[in-house]
Write a protein that binds this ligand. Structure first.
Ligand code: BTN
Length: 261
């Protein structure tokens, strides 16, 4: 196997033109999870926009405490600290997925779509996952940590356990990608969306336009039940509005379901 080219964080610091995202970089060869490291930074009073990034996570996690598999040095695994208004929180999740779609657009000839709530996919295979963890005290939001994992130079065929369900930028660009450049693009897109959010913009319509889930009959695991319905639309918070066979419209909250499409 080729030796790993480490991320060039110094270069990144100099080349980022954004206002907030990338205000500080905390680069690690190995961490348990960038989510924990970013939370620690937040509790230490770090300014928003701080990024914790690791070449390897020993306990990378996804939604529902699933393991996030990412071989060292091939992909991007990082988290960003935000201190938004609580009403802006749903848009942060949307911003992360939209920014990944933009990077796919920058680096490949493909168009990525989003499987509700936040898997970015190409051709039905997962390219990226987004995990948002918040520190709430009552209705007060202390901070939000947005974790993004993107398969960049992963060759899925080399990893039988995910070969059928995962894809990467490499698989669609046909050549190895400069991860530092991919990260710079990604953070720049996130920063632009965050500026829009802070200016009062809603990202819901743009995000909804990329949701491959809408207009399909799907199954949703809800507590111990599996509910079937037609994915009609999403509300402003990003919740899914599911029309059931009996005609009822059910609001499915992103944090609580597993989709079976
Ligand atoms: C999912 O699809 O379930 C979300 C996956 C999120 C993975 C990223 S990788 C960087 C950050 N650190 C983690 O431990 N998880 C997120």
């Amino acid at each position: 196997m080729d030796p790993i080219t480490p991320l060039n964080i110094d270069n990144l610091r100099d080349s980022l033109t954004g206002k907030i995202v990338g205000s500080a970089f905390h680069y690690h060869e190995s961490l348990s999870s960038t989510m924990d490291e970013t939370r620690r930074l937040a509790l230490d009073g770090a300014a928003e926009g701080a990024v914790a990034i690791a070449e390897e996570q020993t306990k990378g996690r996804g939604r529902f405490s699933r393991v996030w598999v990412s071989p060292p040095g091939l992909n991007l695994t990082f988290s960003v600290l935000f201190r938004p208004e609580i009403a802006q929180l749903p848009y942060i999740n949307m911003a992360a997925a939209l920014a990944v779609c933009d990077v796919v657009n920058d680096l490949t000839d493909e168009t990525a779509s989003i499987k509700w709530p936040n898997d970015v996919r190409i051709g039905g295979k997962k390219l990226s996952g987004v995990l948002v963890e918040t520190d709430l005290v009552g209705r007060e939001l202390n901070h939000a940590v947005v974790g993004i994992g993107v398969n960049v130079n992963l060759d899925p065929s080399q990893h039988p356990e995910i070969a059928e369900i995962a894809t990467s930028i490499l698989a669609h660009s046909g050549h190895e990608v400069d991860r530092s450049d991919a990260l710079r693009r990604l953070l720049t897109h996130v920063d632009r969306y965050y500026a829009d959010i802070r200016n009062g913009a809603s990202l819901k319509d743009l995000w909804a336009s990329k949701l491959e889930t809408l207009g399909k009959t799907i199954e949703v695991r809800w507590v111990d039940d599996v509910i079937e319905g037609f994915a009609e639309s999403v509300d402003e918070q990003g919740n899914l509005l599911l029309r059931k066979a009996d005609g009822d419209l059910m609001t499915v909250v992103a944090g609580e379901v597993t989709l079976q499409v």
